[in-house]
Design a protein around this ligand. Structure first.
Ligand code: PLP
Length: 394
């Protein structure tokens, strides 16, 4: 296995598929035209962009006119949340979200709090699922929006989206879901799931970085986030990122074609990783429930070690892993998601997130577990906390 890179950080970003690069290349070369110009070359590019929109719409059972291209998942989240708040502020100033959202959502909420909106952060249970009773109880007359993620980026829990959509609509409240981690891993049907707005980002499913989309149900009006030209039906200004839009549609198409087969493969390797780690490394636990979990997500709490040291040791062996979300790694604060599922600070520090794809084999998984066992043993042998634990046990 020498010199081999084992990439187990697909929740952070994914490799761009060759087919996707091939699909994008012409739009940086011969087909560089601006889709908004009048000549024929440009109009052909316009057709290609609209075909990409159609493809994406079809995958989530939406109408093409409900898909708006953006620059990333963060922009889509910001637009949906702040755009709804701005549009409906005279109707109400209360929004509901969960404690385990990505910072793109949480910090949008914080920005709205500074503007006088009231936000309720619904708790999750110890497996990482939103408490639906609490959600229902927190709805008020002035609630204008519920924003709950489809699947969590750290612990992989898949929320009961259709149920949440139903609760929102019974109460006449709009429902937004951050589907950045869910799209392409699990089937999404915006109609049957009662979704009004949905955020997606291409680099999480083998597409390029710097492009995403917002699904905005026909008839729902939110204020613009980007003001400028007339692109995207006057709703999102800025010359279209044509090549990447084409690449995103291609990646989405491939991901959906292979979803079932890929998930089945990933689940086998995921479960192998979980089972071996829990069995062979003492004082470990699975963060997030086993059921309703993304097929590619493993998140293990490992006691009596520092997450960062473990990552550095894995890195020296060419194993790319993470201890939390990409956006918070580098910070010493424990993950808000692990705290939300009830872990105390010291336990929230020692977590390992492995997010695989279908190129990872059982042999790769074994290589990682074999090395992880040694690393944990080594780090514990240097840890004063471990020493205390061993002494107290005697
Ligand atoms: N939402 C979730 C759940 C994510 O995991 C991420 C990225 O990690 C984002 C939003 C932000 O997406 P982007 O990197 O495209 O801005």
């Amino acid at each position: 296995m020498e010199n081999k890179i084992i990439y187990m950080d697909n929740a952070s970003t994914t490799r761009v598929l060759d087919e996707v690069i091939e699909a994008m290349l012409p739009y940086w070369k011969d087909r560089f035209y601006n889709p908004s110009s009048v000549y024929e070359m440009s109009q052909q590019v316009r057709v290609d962009v609209e075909n990409a929109r159609k493809k994406i719409a079809m995958l989530i059972n939406a109408n093409p006119c409900e898909i708006f291209f953006t620059s990333c998942g963060t922009e889509s989240d910001n637009w949906a949340i702040k755009g709804t708040a701005n549009m409906l502020k005279n109707k109400g100033r209360h929004i509901i979200t969960s404690t385990i959202e990505h910072h793109a959502v949480l910090n949008s909420m914080k920005a709205l709090e500074r503007e006088g909106f009231e936000i309720t952060y619904v708790n999750v249970d110890s497996d990482g699922f939103v408490k639906l009773d609490e959600l229902k109880k927190s709805i008020r007359k002035d609630t204008i929006l519920i924003s709950i993620m489809t699947a969590n980026n750290e612990i992989g829990t898949i929320q009961p989206i259709a149920k949440i959509g139903e609760i929102a609509h019974e109460n006449n409240v709009l429902f937004h879901t951050d589907a950045v981690q869910g799209f392409s891993h699990i089937p999404i049907d915006v109609k049957s799931m009662g979704i009004d707005m949905l955020s997606v980002s291409a680099h999480k499913f083998n597409g390029p970085k710097g492009v995403g989309f917002l699904y905005l149900k026909k008839g729902i009006r939110i204020t613009n986030f980007m003001d400028g030209g007339a692109q995207e039906n006057l709703k999102r200004a800025g010359t279209e990122n044509v090549a990447e839009i084409i690449g995103m549609a291609k990646a989405a198409e491939i991901a959906h074609e292979k979803m079932k087969e890929r998930s089945e493969k990933e689940i086998i390797v995921r479960n192998h990783l979980i089972d071996r780690i829990l069995k062979e490394i003492p004082h470990t636990r699975l963060n997030g429930g086993r059921d309703n979990r993304l097929p590619n997500n493993v998140n293990i709490g490992i006691e009596y070690i520092e997450g960062e040291s473990m990552l550095l040791n894995l890195d020296m062996l060419g194993i790319c892993a993470s201890s939390g979300s990409a956006c918070t790694s580098g910070s010493l604060d424990p993950s808000h998601v692990l705290l939300a599922i009830g872990l105390p600070h010291e336990k929230a520090h020692g977590s390992l997130r492995l997010t695989i794809d279908d190129t990872i084999t059982i042999q790769d998984a074994d290589y990682v577990v074999d090395n992880l066992k040694e690393i944990v043993e080594k780090l514990r042998s240097m840890s004063p906390l471990w020493e205390d634990y061993v002494r107290n046990k005697k």
